[in-house]
Design a protein around this ligand. Structure first.
Ligand code: SF4
Length: 358
């Protein structure tokens, strides 16, 4: 006799890795399915220390942070946790082995009883977003096809609103807060600042303020306009990678190479800041690529490497020295470069194709 299993009505989402690009979609999707979300707390030193304790020391910081967030959810009493395995986000556009194997890492390092919801996205193998969503629902014992389809639509709606607000110039935090509270607001006025930079970094490093040591806020305090991957359309990021004569291989390459290349090619900023995790192979390759092209073009670039021991003092000193150098260079050039128009949100279809790709 077939037993009908009870549906699971609560899921914990670690505030790490794919959360930073995909949470608006996850939020709309689970809400429509009728599944309550428990989010882990914002990253703290305690979360980082707990995560670091479970994995070997040369694991990259974002994975240590992810493990720390899973522990945080378990401490909150959450016994069902979302740990997707995002293998590839386009044909042969791959994530690194740690992101691909996240469920395996968690299973092997955390010896506590809990249920993992671990859907796979692997476009190289034709396992697309629809499969990913149905797999997620099925692991929650939800098998109502039209409900899952409606949940996907709601995910896109929330995600679209988020991306439109972010592209208009709203901060990541503000755009996310508005999107999940069903508010819509477009930033109308863009103040021209004396200097501007683009940051090339994974969303999970840059928008996690503890990991990035508040990099965006620090630059804004120095009166520097900051551009990130949220200001570049997927199409522009892809075209810019190609225009440099490079080929996209890594899933996060749009956030890193594509974003930096767009501003580099269009001479739209005064400098580039690459922020990458210590020990990350893909990050160091992408930073090297951009450093090569930036040098040819005379565009100053600063490379910040971060790990759990990165101290605030040295970080700020390097940042201040870089901004100071940009200022002097600009004065010498007579204030040219750096007229930036807000980026338009071009086509929802293009962005939809790109979700889970950055
Ligand atoms: S891409 Fe780099 S930083 Fe990100 S999870 Fe993989 S190894 Fe770590």
């Amino acid at each position: 006799m077939n037993m009908i299993k009870d549906r699971i009505n609560k899921i914990g989402i670690p505030r790490a890795i794919s959360y930073y690009n995909n949470y608006p979609f996850y939020f709309g999707f689970f809400k429509k399915l009728g599944v309550d979300i428990v989010l882990s707390d914002k990253t703290t030193s305690d979360i980082i220390n707990k995560g670091s304790h479970y994995v070997v020391s040369d694991t990259c910081l974002p994975v240590k942070v992810f493990v720390g967030h899973v522990i945080n959810l378990l401490e909150k009493g959450c016994d069902t946790i979302f740990v997707p395995s995002i293998q590839s986000t386009g044909y042969k556009i791959n994530n690194c082995s740690k992101v691909r194997g996240l469920p395996e890492i968690i299973r092997n390092v955390i010896d506590k009883p809990f249920k993992m919801i671990e859907p796979t996205l692997d476009k190289t193998e034709n396992i697309g977003l629809r499969d990913f969503c149905f797999d997620t629902a099925s692991q929650l014992n939800i098998n109502d096809i039209s409900l899952v389809e409606d949940a996907m639509k709601e995910g896109w709606r929330v995600y679209d609103n988020f991306i439109m607000m972010a592209k208009s110039g709203l901060s990541y935090e503000k755009a996310l807060h508005n999107a999940i509270n069903d508010k819509f607001e477009i930033k109308q006025i863009e103040l021209v600042k004396p200097l501007s930079v683009v940051i090339m970094a994974h969303g999970y490093n840059l928008f996690d303020e503890r990991i990035s040591l508040y990099l965006i806020k620090k630059l804004e305090k120095m009166n520097v306009k900051v551009y990130t991957s949220l200001n570049v359309s997927v199409e522009d990021a892809r075209n810019s990678i190609n225009a440099l004569g490079e080929v996209q291989y890594w899933a996060n390459e749009l956030d890193l190479t594509g974003t930096a290349a767009y501003y580099l090619l269009n001479k739209k900023v005064d400098g580039i800041i690459a922020m990458s995790a210590f020990g990350c192979g893909p990050d160091s390759l992408m930073a090297e690529e951009i450093a090569f092209h930036a040098k040819k073009d005379g565009m100053p670039m600063l490379h910040l490497n971060i790990d759990e021991h990165t101290g605030e003092a040295g970080f700020v000193t390097r940042l201040e020295a870089f901004i100071d150098m940009l200022s002097r260079k600009k004065r010498k050039l007579g204030g040219k470069r750096n007229i930036v128009k807000p980026v338009e949100y071009k086509s929802k279809e293009t962005e939809k194709e790109a979700i889970f790709t950055k």
